[in-house]
Design a protein around this ligand. Structure first.
Ligand SMILES: CC(C)(COP(=O)(O)OP(=O)(O)OC[C@H]1O[C@@H](n2cnc3c(N)ncnc32)[C@H](O)[C@@H]1OP(=O)(O)O)[C@@H](O)C(=O)NCCC(=O)NCCS
Length: 441
């Protein structure tokens, strides 16, 4: 056996330490994972299966939904069956269904075979590595779309969540193929992406993971969006990224209440592990943060911000700001509003010469804490700082050090701040300096 180099050992130790809170957090959670037919055929697929087995090993409950589009297309070509698409959906007539059925079944076998190899002879049937299936999805025809009857193309009508959960409770991996029967016994071919999204909603999954060749979303200015809320994604005017069908599946899941959708590159080895077990991830996280609106503050918002920050100023958590100062600096503030009430605020103060920015006055209304508002707001402020040319942000805090550290900030020295800010440092408050380097999001 070769001995790992000291660097490799150190990076392993660092990785395990960074991963440990996530190992705890993910245990017992349910993830729905979409595996496209192209991924199942790719040379990297055995490694993807290993990563999924690892998730099972730490107690994640896994529902896998596989696609089979390239395999279906190949079979149709060989059989000389011509088909057409309406949007992203295939028109499935009887001749097409004849080819779709075996194509999907063979992909299913390929997935099962790969899990059998990961398990090895001693572990086949062991909890966490047993792959099961079943008639958990009841189908209905999609019907007529844009004037075309899609015939045997179906969608999920009902999911036997209880039956499916029972398998997950046994620590089985549930593998769902995109074929399902209607209550009248007709077989339908389902769109696997839409099925994964619907399943995640129906079984109330914590996460939907979508493997896709392109997992990065880049906006019109070329800025990479690693984390984006569903409303932000809907409003992004122009962006490059995953296929529309993938984003559609992600947005539907968010709309249905799935907290987090992760787009994970099928081209990058270990992308799922890096996305789930490192702070910054490597894919794109689409979350459904329950806020109604996040926007730049205007002069009309001064009263709402004061109501939010005054109690904290009185308690000495925040430095006092006069109304006049707040009015002068209102352009630096971002707020989150729910039902007309300002529930969170924060400000960005750039130091363009040093490519740094201070994030300050980050407050969430006490009634709305622990709902992800703070983290979502911080992310938005970081994005603004990045857009303003800062490659690094810092905060000064007396009582919130741990929270910022959990958001990726590291303790730093006063000397690391812009000179102008050092001069304003209040030694009596003795605030902790925390810094975060921004990778383009
Ligand atoms: C810090 C603050 C902005 C976080 O907002 P939030 O919307 O509750 O944040 P999130 O929902 O993203 O995160 C909540 C998590 O952070 C933890 N947290 C909140 N405040 C914390 C603190 N001061 N230290 C350590 N952890 C803290 C919560 O316990 C919760 O974790 P848990 O659910 O595992 O217990 C909010 O608590 C706040 O307004 N605090 C008072 C103002 C303040 O201190 N601002 C910073 C000034 S620089």
């Amino acid at each position: 056996m070769t001995q790992a180099t000291p660097q490799a050992q150190q990076s392993f130790v660092g990785f395990m330490r960074e991963a440990s809170p996530y190992l705890r957090a993910h245990r017992g959670q349910t993830f729905v994972v979409y595996l496209g037919g192209d991924l199942v055929e790719a040379p990297a697929f055995p490694l993807v299966v290993q990563d999924l087995a690892l998730l099972c090993g730490i107690g994640v409950k896994l529902v896998l939904v596989h696609g089979a589009r390239p395999q279906i297309e190949a079979r149709l070509t060989v059989a000389g069956v011509a088909t057409s698409l309406v949007g992203d959906l295939r028109v499935t007539d009887s001749a097409t269904l004849q080819e779709v059925r075996p194509a999907i079944v063979l992909v299913r076998y390929a997935v099962e075979a790969q899990f059998a190899q990961v398990a090895g002879p001693r572990q086949i049937g062991a909890p966490g590595l047993r792959v099961t299936g079943g008639n958990f999805v009841v189908a209905r025809p999609v019907g007529v779309v844009a004037g075309t009857d899609l015939q045997f193309t179906g969608e999920a009508r009902k999911v036997d969540t209880q039956g499916l959960r029972a398998q997950l409770e046994r620590s089985d991996i549930v593998l769902i193929s995109p074929l399902a029967y209607s209550p009248t016994g007709e077989l339908f071919s389902l769109n696997a992406l839409a099925l994964a999204s619907a399943l995640a909603v129906e079984i109330n999954a914590c996460k939907l993971v979508l493997y896709t060749p392109e997992a990065a979303i880049t906006d019109g200015q070329g800025v990479l969006w690693r984390q984006v809320t569903a409303p932000e994604l809907r409003d992004l005017p122009a962006f490059k990224g995953p296929p529309a069908a993938v984003l559609d599946a992600a947005l539907r899941a968010c709309q249905g209440g799935v907290e987090r959708v992760h787009l994970v590159s099928s081209a990058q080895d270990g992308a799922l592990l890096l996305e789930l077990f490192t702070r910054d991830g490597v894919g794109t996280l689409i979350s459904n943060v329950p806020f109604d609106q996040r926007r730049a503050a205007t002069i009309e918002d001064v009263g709402g911000i004061l109501a939010l920050i005054e109690p904290l100023e009185a308690a000495g958590v925040l430095v006092k700001r006069s109304r006049a100062k707040l009015e002068r600096e209102i352009g630096r503030f971002e707020i989150m509003v729910r039902d007309g009430m300002t529930v969170a605020c924060g400000a960005v103060y750039p130091y363009p010469g040093e490519q740094m920015a201070e994030l300050a006055c980050i407050v969430v209304h006490p009634d709305y804490r622990r709902g992800g508002f703070g983290a979502a707001l911080l992310m938005a402020l970081e994005r603004q700082a990045l857009a303003a040319g800062s490659s690094c942000v810092f905060v000064l805090t007396t009582q919130t050090t741990h929270w910022f550290q959990e958001q990726g900030y590291v303790r730093s020295a006063l000397e690391d701040l812009p000179i102008a800010r050092q001069a304003l440092y209040n030694a009596q408050r003795n605030s902790v300096v925390l810094v975060k380097n921004l990778s383009p999001r």
